[in-house]
Ligand binder design. Structure first.
Ligand SMILES: NC(=O)c1ccc[n+]([C@@H]2O[C@H](COP(=O)([O-])OP(=O)(O)OC[C@H]3O[C@@H](n4cnc5c(N)ncnc54)[C@H](O)[C@@H]3O)[C@@H](O)[C@H]2O)c1
Ligand SMILES: CC(C)[C@H](C(=O)O)[C@@H](O)C(=O)O
Ligand SMILES: [Mg+2]
Length: 345
Protein backbone atom coordinates (compact mmCIF):
# COMPACT_ATOMS: atom_id res chain seq x y z
CA UNK A 1 0.00 0.00 0.00
CA UNK A 2 1.41 3.38 -0.93
CA UNK A 3 1.79 6.10 1.62
CA UNK A 4 2.56 9.83 1.66
CA UNK A 5 4.79 11.57 4.17
CA UNK A 6 4.04 15.23 4.70
CA UNK A 7 7.25 16.87 5.87
CA UNK A 8 7.72 20.43 7.08
CA UNK A 9 11.22 21.74 6.41
CA UNK A 10 12.71 24.61 8.40
CA UNK A 11 16.28 25.12 7.13
CA UNK A 12 16.78 28.15 9.39
CA UNK A 13 20.02 30.09 9.68
CA UNK A 14 23.68 29.74 8.76
CA UNK A 15 24.73 26.20 7.95
CA UNK A 16 21.15 25.06 8.64
CA UNK A 17 20.32 25.87 5.02
CA UNK A 18 23.34 23.95 3.73
CA UNK A 19 22.95 20.78 5.78
CA UNK A 20 19.19 20.47 5.34
CA UNK A 21 19.59 20.46 1.55
CA UNK A 22 21.82 17.40 1.91
CA UNK A 23 19.50 15.73 4.40
CA UNK A 24 16.62 16.07 1.93
CA UNK A 25 18.77 14.68 -0.86
CA UNK A 26 19.51 11.54 1.13
CA UNK A 27 15.89 11.24 2.23
CA UNK A 28 14.65 11.38 -1.37
CA UNK A 29 17.22 8.76 -2.37
CA UNK A 30 16.35 6.27 0.37
CA UNK A 31 12.56 6.27 0.21
CA UNK A 32 10.99 3.29 -1.53
CA UNK A 33 8.82 3.96 -4.56
CA UNK A 34 5.58 3.38 -2.70
CA UNK A 35 6.36 6.14 -0.20
CA UNK A 36 5.66 9.59 -1.58
CA UNK A 37 7.29 12.61 0.02
CA UNK A 38 5.54 15.98 0.15
CA UNK A 39 7.70 18.76 1.55
CA UNK A 40 6.75 22.29 2.49
CA UNK A 41 9.53 24.76 3.26
CA UNK A 42 9.05 27.33 6.00
CA UNK A 43 11.58 30.15 5.67
CA UNK A 44 11.83 31.08 9.32
CA UNK A 45 14.82 32.52 11.15
CA UNK A 46 17.00 35.63 11.08
CA UNK A 47 16.10 36.87 7.59
CA UNK A 48 12.41 36.64 8.29
CA UNK A 49 12.82 38.35 11.68
CA UNK A 50 14.72 41.26 10.14
CA UNK A 51 12.06 41.65 7.45
CA UNK A 52 8.94 41.38 9.61
CA UNK A 53 9.92 41.28 13.28
CA UNK A 54 8.22 37.87 13.53
CA UNK A 55 9.70 34.55 14.63
CA UNK A 56 6.78 32.12 14.44
CA UNK A 57 3.13 33.10 14.19
CA UNK A 58 0.22 31.15 15.64
CA UNK A 59 -1.00 30.50 12.09
CA UNK A 60 2.37 28.98 11.15
CA UNK A 61 2.37 26.84 14.29
CA UNK A 62 -1.04 25.56 13.28
CA UNK A 63 0.18 24.81 9.73
CA UNK A 64 3.25 23.01 11.06
CA UNK A 65 1.03 20.92 13.30
CA UNK A 66 -0.61 19.38 10.23
CA UNK A 67 2.60 17.67 9.03
CA UNK A 68 3.77 14.15 9.86
CA UNK A 69 7.20 15.43 10.94
CA UNK A 70 9.47 18.45 10.87
CA UNK A 71 13.09 18.60 9.69
CA UNK A 72 15.00 21.57 11.07
CA UNK A 73 18.52 22.79 10.29
CA UNK A 74 19.58 25.34 12.88
CA UNK A 75 18.33 28.59 14.33
CA UNK A 76 20.33 31.60 15.51
CA UNK A 77 22.35 34.39 13.97
CA UNK A 78 24.80 36.97 15.35
CA UNK A 79 22.71 39.78 13.82
CA UNK A 80 19.75 38.93 16.07
CA UNK A 81 19.84 39.48 19.85
CA UNK A 82 20.73 36.19 21.53
CA UNK A 83 17.63 34.29 22.58
CA UNK A 84 15.12 35.95 20.27
CA UNK A 85 15.14 33.18 17.66
CA UNK A 86 16.19 30.38 20.00
CA UNK A 87 13.28 31.06 22.34
CA UNK A 88 10.80 32.55 19.88
CA UNK A 89 11.15 29.82 17.28
CA UNK A 90 13.03 26.70 18.32
CA UNK A 91 11.89 26.40 21.92
CA UNK A 92 8.43 27.65 21.00
CA UNK A 93 8.09 24.67 18.66
CA UNK A 94 9.45 22.18 21.21
CA UNK A 95 6.97 23.46 23.79
CA UNK A 96 3.98 23.88 21.44
CA UNK A 97 4.39 20.32 20.14
CA UNK A 98 5.11 18.87 23.57
CA UNK A 99 8.48 17.42 22.57
CA UNK A 100 9.16 16.08 26.02
CA UNK A 101 11.69 13.49 24.84
CA UNK A 102 14.77 15.01 23.28
CA UNK A 103 16.58 11.95 21.99
CA UNK A 104 20.31 12.27 21.36
CA UNK A 105 22.23 9.09 20.47
CA UNK A 106 26.02 8.88 20.64
CA UNK A 107 27.93 6.20 18.84
CA UNK A 108 31.62 6.10 18.07
CA UNK A 109 31.86 6.01 14.30
CA UNK A 110 34.96 4.68 12.53
CA UNK A 111 37.74 6.93 11.31
CA UNK A 112 36.61 10.05 13.18
CA UNK A 113 38.59 12.68 14.99
CA UNK A 114 38.13 12.01 18.67
CA UNK A 115 40.38 11.49 21.64
CA UNK A 116 38.53 8.20 22.09
CA UNK A 117 39.27 6.67 18.70
CA UNK A 118 39.53 2.89 18.78
CA UNK A 119 36.91 2.37 21.48
CA UNK A 120 34.02 1.00 19.45
CA UNK A 121 31.93 0.07 22.48
CA UNK A 122 30.78 3.67 22.88
CA UNK A 123 27.08 3.48 22.12
CA UNK A 124 24.65 5.31 24.35
CA UNK A 125 21.61 7.51 24.08
CA UNK A 126 20.69 10.57 26.09
CA UNK A 127 17.02 11.09 26.84
CA UNK A 128 16.93 14.79 27.57
CA UNK A 129 13.74 16.25 29.03
CA UNK A 130 12.53 18.81 26.49
CA UNK A 131 9.74 20.92 27.94
CA UNK A 132 10.69 21.89 31.49
CA UNK A 133 13.67 22.85 33.65
CA UNK A 134 15.30 26.27 33.33
CA UNK A 135 14.11 26.44 29.71
CA UNK A 136 10.51 27.36 30.48
CA UNK A 137 11.16 31.10 30.65
CA UNK A 138 10.10 31.45 34.28
CA UNK A 139 12.35 34.34 35.16
CA UNK A 140 12.93 38.02 34.99
CA UNK A 141 15.10 40.83 36.19
CA UNK A 142 14.66 44.01 38.13
CA UNK A 143 16.78 47.15 38.05
CA UNK A 144 17.85 45.78 34.66
CA UNK A 145 21.06 47.23 33.29
CA UNK A 146 22.02 48.89 36.56
CA UNK A 147 24.76 47.82 38.97
CA UNK A 148 21.97 46.65 41.28
CA UNK A 149 20.38 44.31 38.77
CA UNK A 150 18.86 41.09 40.08
CA UNK A 151 18.03 38.34 37.59
CA UNK A 152 16.53 34.93 38.08
CA UNK A 153 15.73 31.98 35.84
CA UNK A 154 13.66 29.43 37.69
CA UNK A 155 13.91 25.73 36.86
CA UNK A 156 10.43 24.24 36.70
CA UNK A 157 10.10 20.49 37.33
CA UNK A 158 6.67 18.90 37.59
CA UNK A 159 5.91 15.40 38.85
CA UNK A 160 3.96 14.86 35.62
CA UNK A 161 6.80 16.06 33.40
CA UNK A 162 9.54 14.17 35.21
CA UNK A 163 7.57 10.94 35.42
CA UNK A 164 6.72 10.80 31.72
CA UNK A 165 10.29 11.30 30.53
CA UNK A 166 11.74 8.92 33.12
CA UNK A 167 9.23 6.28 32.07
CA UNK A 168 10.15 6.77 28.43
CA UNK A 169 13.84 6.32 29.30
CA UNK A 170 13.11 3.07 31.18
CA UNK A 171 11.23 1.78 28.15
CA UNK A 172 14.16 2.61 25.90
CA UNK A 173 16.66 1.03 28.30
CA UNK A 174 14.56 -2.12 28.55
CA UNK A 175 14.49 -2.43 24.76
CA UNK A 176 18.29 -2.27 24.46
CA UNK A 177 20.58 -5.28 25.01
CA UNK A 178 22.42 -3.86 28.03
CA UNK A 179 19.27 -2.60 29.79
CA UNK A 180 21.04 0.04 31.82
CA UNK A 181 19.72 3.47 32.79
CA UNK A 182 21.69 6.29 34.42
CA UNK A 183 20.04 9.32 35.97
CA UNK A 184 22.18 12.45 35.69
CA UNK A 185 21.29 15.39 37.93
CA UNK A 186 22.77 17.44 40.75
CA UNK A 187 20.71 16.43 43.75
CA UNK A 188 23.48 17.25 46.20
CA UNK A 189 22.86 20.95 45.52
CA UNK A 190 19.60 21.29 43.59
CA UNK A 191 17.84 19.37 46.32
CA UNK A 192 14.25 20.22 45.45
CA UNK A 193 14.29 19.36 41.76
CA UNK A 194 16.97 16.73 42.32
CA UNK A 195 14.95 14.79 44.84
CA UNK A 196 11.84 14.90 42.65
CA UNK A 197 13.93 13.40 39.84
CA UNK A 198 15.65 10.81 42.03
CA UNK A 199 12.49 9.72 43.86
CA UNK A 200 10.61 9.41 40.59
CA UNK A 201 13.51 7.50 39.04
CA UNK A 202 13.57 5.03 41.96
CA UNK A 203 9.80 4.60 42.10
CA UNK A 204 9.32 4.00 38.37
CA UNK A 205 12.36 1.70 38.44
CA UNK A 206 10.39 -0.79 40.56
CA UNK A 207 8.28 -1.45 37.46
CA UNK A 208 11.42 -2.33 35.45
CA UNK A 209 13.30 -4.86 37.60
CA UNK A 210 15.36 -6.04 34.61
CA UNK A 211 16.82 -2.57 34.05
CA UNK A 212 20.06 -1.85 35.97
CA UNK A 213 20.20 1.70 37.27
CA UNK A 214 22.71 4.13 38.62
CA UNK A 215 22.91 7.79 39.48
CA UNK A 216 25.61 10.38 38.72
CA UNK A 217 25.91 14.01 39.61
CA UNK A 218 26.28 15.94 36.38
CA UNK A 219 29.83 17.10 37.13
CA UNK A 220 30.96 13.51 37.64
CA UNK A 221 29.06 12.46 34.52
CA UNK A 222 31.26 14.79 32.47
CA UNK A 223 34.33 12.95 33.80
CA UNK A 224 33.00 9.55 32.78
CA UNK A 225 31.78 10.77 29.39
CA UNK A 226 35.44 11.35 28.59
CA UNK A 227 37.23 8.72 30.69
CA UNK A 228 34.80 5.81 30.54
CA UNK A 229 31.91 6.47 28.12
CA UNK A 230 31.42 2.72 27.61
CA UNK A 231 29.72 2.64 31.01
CA UNK A 232 26.68 4.45 29.58
CA UNK A 233 23.72 2.83 27.85
CA UNK A 234 20.74 5.17 28.35
CA UNK A 235 21.05 8.44 30.26
CA UNK A 236 18.01 10.40 31.42
CA UNK A 237 18.46 13.98 32.52
CA UNK A 238 16.90 17.40 32.70
CA UNK A 239 16.72 19.93 29.89
CA UNK A 240 19.83 22.01 30.68
CA UNK A 241 22.12 19.19 31.82
CA UNK A 242 21.04 17.30 28.71
CA UNK A 243 21.93 20.23 26.47
CA UNK A 244 25.43 20.45 27.91
CA UNK A 245 26.32 16.77 28.12
CA UNK A 246 25.13 16.07 24.58
CA UNK A 247 27.57 18.60 23.10
CA UNK A 248 30.29 16.88 25.15
CA UNK A 249 29.05 13.47 24.04
CA UNK A 250 29.21 14.66 20.44
CA UNK A 251 32.75 15.90 20.82
CA UNK A 252 34.04 12.62 22.26
CA UNK A 253 32.15 10.33 19.93
CA UNK A 254 33.18 11.75 16.57
CA UNK A 255 32.47 15.45 16.51
CA UNK A 256 29.53 17.83 16.55
CA UNK A 257 29.12 17.34 12.79
CA UNK A 258 27.85 13.80 13.45
CA UNK A 259 25.45 14.34 16.35
CA UNK A 260 21.77 13.78 15.55
CA UNK A 261 18.66 14.48 17.57
CA UNK A 262 14.94 13.96 17.63
CA UNK A 263 12.49 16.13 19.54
CA UNK A 264 9.89 13.49 20.10
CA UNK A 265 6.26 13.76 21.06
CA UNK A 266 5.77 10.11 22.04
CA UNK A 267 1.99 10.36 22.26
CA UNK A 268 1.75 11.19 18.57
CA UNK A 269 -0.54 14.17 19.27
CA UNK A 270 1.92 16.49 17.54
CA UNK A 271 4.59 16.12 14.85
CA UNK A 272 8.05 15.26 16.13
CA UNK A 273 10.94 17.42 14.97
CA UNK A 274 14.36 16.19 13.87
CA UNK A 275 17.49 18.34 13.85
CA UNK A 276 21.23 18.09 14.25
CA UNK A 277 22.48 18.83 17.78
CA UNK A 278 24.70 21.63 16.46
CA UNK A 279 23.76 25.23 15.80
CA UNK A 280 24.00 27.58 12.85
CA UNK A 281 27.82 27.75 13.07
CA UNK A 282 28.23 31.34 11.84
CA UNK A 283 32.01 30.81 11.84
CA UNK A 284 31.81 28.39 8.88
CA UNK A 285 28.49 29.32 7.25
CA UNK A 286 28.82 29.74 3.50
CA UNK A 287 32.21 28.03 3.30
CA UNK A 288 30.98 24.54 2.37
CA UNK A 289 32.81 23.13 5.41
CA UNK A 290 29.74 22.08 7.39
CA UNK A 291 29.39 18.34 7.81
CA UNK A 292 25.80 17.40 6.88
CA UNK A 293 26.12 13.95 8.48
CA UNK A 294 24.38 15.02 11.72
CA UNK A 295 21.38 16.10 9.67
CA UNK A 296 21.46 12.91 7.62
CA UNK A 297 21.51 10.87 10.84
CA UNK A 298 18.61 12.99 12.13
CA UNK A 299 16.76 11.97 8.96
CA UNK A 300 17.46 8.36 9.97
CA UNK A 301 15.91 9.01 13.40
CA UNK A 302 12.91 10.51 11.61
CA UNK A 303 12.54 7.50 9.30
CA UNK A 304 12.58 5.18 12.32
CA UNK A 305 10.01 7.34 14.10
CA UNK A 306 7.78 7.14 11.02
CA UNK A 307 8.03 3.34 11.01
CA UNK A 308 10.54 3.08 8.15
CA UNK A 309 13.06 0.98 10.07
CA UNK A 310 14.81 -0.61 7.08
CA UNK A 311 15.35 2.80 5.46
CA UNK A 312 16.65 4.26 8.74
CA UNK A 313 19.18 1.45 9.03
CA UNK A 314 20.22 1.95 5.40
CA UNK A 315 21.01 5.59 6.08
CA UNK A 316 22.98 4.74 9.24
CA UNK A 317 24.90 2.01 7.45
CA UNK A 318 25.71 4.41 4.62
CA UNK A 319 27.11 6.91 7.14
CA UNK A 320 29.23 4.23 8.84
CA UNK A 321 30.61 3.04 5.51
CA UNK A 322 31.23 6.58 4.32
CA UNK A 323 33.11 7.53 7.48
CA UNK A 324 35.21 4.39 7.30
CA UNK A 325 36.36 5.36 3.81
CA UNK A 326 36.45 9.13 4.25
CA UNK A 327 39.82 10.80 3.77
CA UNK A 328 40.78 14.40 3.18
CA UNK A 329 38.45 17.38 3.29
CA UNK A 330 35.15 17.08 1.48
CA UNK A 331 32.52 19.75 1.01
CA UNK A 332 29.04 19.68 2.48
CA UNK A 333 27.63 18.86 -0.93
CA UNK A 334 30.17 16.14 -1.70
CA UNK A 335 29.32 14.34 1.52
CA UNK A 336 25.58 14.67 0.77
CA UNK A 337 26.06 13.34 -2.77
CA UNK A 338 28.11 10.38 -1.58
CA UNK A 339 25.56 9.44 1.07
CA UNK A 340 22.68 9.79 -1.37
CA UNK A 341 24.46 7.51 -3.83
CA UNK A 342 25.21 4.98 -1.11
CA UNK A 343 21.63 4.70 0.14
CA UNK A 344 20.20 4.31 -3.33
CA UNK A 345 22.79 1.74 -4.40
N1 LIG B 1 19.25 23.51 17.38
C1 LIG B 1 19.67 24.72 17.03
O1 LIG B 1 19.09 25.34 16.17
C2 LIG B 1 20.87 25.28 17.70
C3 LIG B 1 21.73 24.48 18.44
C4 LIG B 1 22.87 25.05 19.01
C5 LIG B 1 23.11 26.40 18.84
N2 LIG B 1 22.23 27.15 18.13
C6 LIG B 1 22.51 28.57 17.83
O2 LIG B 1 23.50 28.59 16.80
C7 LIG B 1 24.31 29.76 16.94
C8 LIG B 1 25.78 29.37 17.04
O3 LIG B 1 25.96 28.65 18.26
P1 LIG B 1 27.32 28.02 18.76
O4 LIG B 1 28.44 28.65 18.00
O5 LIG B 1 27.30 28.07 20.22
O6 LIG B 1 27.22 26.46 18.38
P2 LIG B 1 27.39 25.73 16.97
O7 LIG B 1 26.99 24.32 17.20
O8 LIG B 1 26.68 26.47 15.90
O9 LIG B 1 28.96 25.79 16.66
C9 LIG B 1 29.96 25.33 17.58
C10 LIG B 1 31.22 24.91 16.81
O10 LIG B 1 30.95 23.70 16.11
C11 LIG B 1 31.19 23.83 14.73
N3 LIG B 1 30.14 23.10 13.98
C12 LIG B 1 28.82 23.08 14.26
N4 LIG B 1 28.17 22.31 13.39
C13 LIG B 1 29.09 21.82 12.53
C14 LIG B 1 29.03 20.96 11.39
N5 LIG B 1 27.86 20.44 10.95
N6 LIG B 1 30.17 20.67 10.75
C15 LIG B 1 31.34 21.17 11.16
N7 LIG B 1 31.48 21.98 12.24
C16 LIG B 1 30.36 22.32 12.91
C17 LIG B 1 31.09 25.34 14.44
O11 LIG B 1 31.80 25.71 13.29
C18 LIG B 1 31.62 25.95 15.74
O12 LIG B 1 33.03 26.02 15.67
C19 LIG B 1 23.77 30.47 18.18
O13 LIG B 1 22.85 31.45 17.74
C20 LIG B 1 23.06 29.39 18.96
O14 LIG B 1 22.04 29.86 19.79
C21 LIG B 1 21.12 26.62 17.55
C1 LIG C 1 19.67 26.82 20.61
C2 LIG C 1 19.26 26.23 21.92
C3 LIG C 1 17.90 26.74 22.32
C4 LIG C 1 19.27 24.69 21.90
C5 LIG C 1 19.05 24.15 23.32
O1 LIG C 1 19.61 24.67 24.28
O2 LIG C 1 18.28 23.19 23.43
C6 LIG C 1 20.54 24.05 21.37
O3 LIG C 1 21.65 24.33 22.13
C7 LIG C 1 20.34 22.55 21.26
O4 LIG C 1 21.10 21.81 21.85
O5 LIG C 1 19.41 22.14 20.54
MG1 LIG D 1 22.79 22.60 22.61
Amino acid sequence: MSRTISLAVIPGDGIGQEVVAQGLKVLAAVLPQDVKLETKHYELGAKRWHATGETLTDAETEQLRQHDAILLGAIGDPSVPSGVLERGLLLKLRFAFDHFVNLRPSKLFPNTETPLAGRPAIDFVVVREGTEGPYVGNGGSIRTGTPAEVANEVSVNTAYGVERVVRDAYERAQARPRKKLTLVHKNNVLVHAGHLWKNTFDRIGEEYPDVTTDYLHVDAATIFLVSDPERFDVIVTDNLFGDIITDLAAAVSGGIGLAASGNINPTGDFPSMFEPVHGSAPDIAGTGKADPTATVLSVALMLRHLGLEAEATRVEDAVTADLAERSGARSTEEIGDTLATRVSG
